[in-house]
Design a protein around this ligand. Structure first.
Ligand SMILES: Cc1cc2nc3c(=O)[nH]c(=O)nc-3n(C[C@H](O)[C@H](O)[C@H](O)COP(=O)(O)OP(=O)(O)OC[C@H]3O[C@@H](n4cnc5c(N)ncnc54)[C@H](O)[C@@H]3O)c2cc1C
Length: 425
C-alpha cells in the first residue's frame, strides 16, 4: 500500500506487455509494482506449437514470473485471478484480496473464439496455454497409437486425418509440423500403419492463408505445405465440429477426422468489459494515443486486450512486438510523468511478420523485403532464439533444435496428460 512517497502501480497480466512494463517500472525507486497473474509463468506463445508438436518441452518456453522479477525488490508478484476492477475507487479485486492503485496497467491478453460455438471447444482445442499445448500433443500422438491398434480401415483413416481450422501463422505452423511429423519423424516407429499416409488438411474460411501477408507469400506457403504433404482448403467455412467429423459450408460437406485443432479467431480477455462499455467485435478495449482508457488517464490497456490504432487509424495486430513495445512505453510514460514530463503518443515500430512451415521453410516480410524458403526459416530461428531472452535455457533450446534438425527427431513425443482442463473457462 502507499506510504505517501511511493506510487503504487498494479499490473494485471504477466505476458509480453505486463512483464515489459514491470521491468521498466522496477528500475524506479519511487514506484512499487504489484504484478498479478493467474498463472505462475510467463509464456513464450510464439513457440507453443513446438510444444504441441513434441519439438520442445514446456519448460523450454515458460519461465516463472517470480523468478523473472526476483531481483527487483519493489516488485511483488501475486498468483491470482483478477475478477473485478473498480475504476472510481481505484481498486482491483481477485479471489479474496484487493489492491489500491495510483496507476493500473491491464494486459490480460486474449483467448480463443469459436464464433458463438463454444460447444466445439472440447472437440477442437485451441493453442494458447501450456496445458492446451500438451493436450494437443497428447491428442496427436494418441491418434497415431490408436490407429496402430485399430482393425477397421475406415476408423483408421479417420484417426490418421488431422484438420486444422484457421490459416493464420499458427494454423500454418501446426499443419506443417504434423505433416512433417508423419512423413519424417514417425515413419519408422510403427509396424501396422504407415504414418506417411496421414492426411493433414488446413481449412481457411478466407480466400488465402496468411491473410495478413502478401498474396505471393501466401502462395509460397501453400506450395511449401503441399510439398510437405498437407492439403490447403481456402474459402471453406467450418459450420460444425463433432467427435468424428468436421462440416464445411452450408451444404453439409463432411471431412471425417478424430483430431481437429482450432487456430481461428480470438477474443480479448473478459476483463476488458470492466474498463470500457465500447469494446470492439473482438472484445478489445479502445485506447487513446497514450494507451490509456477513455476518462481514466491513470488506467492503461495493452497488448492483445487493447484496440490500438496507429497514426493512419489502422488497428495494430495482436502480436508480441506490439505488446512488448506497449509495455515498455507505458512503463516509461509513468516514470516520465512522475518526473513532471508531458505524455507523448505511442509509436509502434513494425519490424515485419513471419510464419514457419515445417522444420526448414518459412515466409518473412519486413518492409519491402519478402523472403521464403530456408533463408527465411534461418531468420525466423535466429529471431525466436533471440527473443527467448530471459529464458535461461536459450542455448539449450538452440542445441536441441540443431539436434532435431539433423536427426528429424522430436524428443518430447510423450503422452502424459490424460485429463484436460481449460484454465480460461
Ligand atoms: C499459438 C500462438 C502463436 C503465436 N505466434 C506469434 C508469433 O509468431 N509472433 C508474434 O509476434 N506473436 C505471436 N502470437 C501472439 C502473441 O503471443 C500475443 O500477441 C502476445 O502474447 C500478447 O501479449 P499480451 O501481454 O497482451 O498477452 P499474453 O501474452 O497473452 O499475456 C496475458 C497474461 O494475462 C494473464 N491473465 C489473463 N487473464 C487474467 C486475469 N483475469 N487475472 C490475472 N491474470 C490474467 C495470463 O495468464 C497471461 O499471462 C502467438 C500467439 C499464440 C497463441
Amino acid at each position: 500500500m502507499s506510504d505517501g512517497a511511493t506510487t503504487r502501480v498494479v499490473i494485471i497480466g504477466g505476458g509480453f506487455a505486463g512483464i515489459n512494463a514491470a521491468k521498466v517500472l522496477a528500475r524506479d525507486r519511487r514506484i512499487a509494482v504489484t504484478l498479478i497473474d493467474r498463472s505462475n509463468h510467463h509464456l513464450f506463445q510464439p513457440l507453443l506449437y513446438q510444444v504441441a508438436m513434441a519439438g520442445l518441452s514446456p519448460a523450454d518456453i515458460a519461465v516463472p514470473i517470480r523468478g523473472l522479477l526476483s531481483r527487483f525488490r519493489k516488485v511483488s508478484v501475486v498468483q491470482d485471478t483478477v475478477t473485478g476492477i473498480d475504476l472510481e475507487a481505484k481498486q482491483v479485486s481477485a479471489t479474496g484480496q484487493s489492491w489500491s492503485y495510483d496507476y493500473l496497467v491491464v494486459a490480460t491478453g486474449a483467448r480463443h473464439a469459436y464464433f458463438g460455438h463454444d460447444e466445439w471447444e472440447s472437440n477442437a482445442p485451441g493453442l494458447k496455454t501450456l496445458s492446451q499445448a500438451t493436450e494437443i500433443r497428447r491428442r496427436v500422438l494418441q491418434a497415431f497409437e490408436s490407429a496402430e491398434n485399430e482393425e477397421d480401415p475406415e476408423v483408421r483413416k479417420e484417426l490418421l486425418t488431422f484438420a486444422i481450422v484457421g490459416g493464420g501463422p499458427t494454423g500454418v505452423e501446426l499443419a506443417g509440423a504434423i505433416a512433417e511429423l508423419s512423413r519424417s519423424t514417425l515413419t519408422k516407429d510403427f509396424r501396422r500403419i504407415d504414418p506417411r499416409r496421414t492426411r493433414v488438411v488446413l481449412i481457411e474460411a478466407g480466400p488465402q492463408i496468411l491473410a495478413a501477408f502478401s498474396a505471393a507469400s501466401a502462395v509460397r506457403a501453400t506450395r511449401d505445405l503441399e510439398e510437405l504433404g498437407a492439403q490447403v482448403w481456402t474459402e471453406s467455412l467450418v459450420t460444425d465440429v463433432s467427435e468424428d467429423s468436421i462440416t464445411i459450408g452450408n451444404d453439409g460437406e463432411k471431412l471425417r477426422t478424430r483430431t481437429v485443432l482450432w487456430a481461428a479467431g480470438v477474443h480479448a480477455s473478459e476483463l476488458g468489459s470492466a474498463l470500457s462499455g465500447e469494446l470492439d467485435r473482438q472484445g478489445r478495449v479502445p485506447v487513446g494515443a497514450d494507451l490509456s482508457v477513455a476518462g481514466h488517464p491513470e488506467v492503461f490497456a495493452l497488448g492483445d486486450l487493447a484496440r490500438t490504432e496507429d497514426d493512419s487509424g489502422a488497428v495494430l495486430p495482436g502480436v508480441a512486438p506490439v505488446a512488448m513495445q506497449a509495455g515498455r512505453y507505458v512503463g516509461r510514460l509513468i516514470r516520465a510523468e512522475l518526473a513532471g514530463k508531458e505524455r507523448r503518443p505511442f509509436r509502434y515500430v513494425d519490424k515485419g511478420q513471419m510464419a514457419t512451415i515445417g522444420r526448414s521453410k518459412a515466409v518473412v516480410e519486413t518492409g519491402r523485403l519478402r523472403l521464403g524458403g530456408f533463408l527465411a526459416w534461418a531468420a525466423w530461428l535466429l529471431i525466436h532464439i533471440y527473443y527467448l531472452s530471459s529464458f535461461r535455457n536459450r542455448a539449450l533450446v538452440l542445441v536441441q533444435w540443431a539436434w532435431s534438425y539433423v536427426t528429424f527427431g522430436r524428443g518430447a513425443r510423450l503422452i502424459v496428460d490424460r485429463e484436460w482442463r481449460n484454465p480460461e473457462t
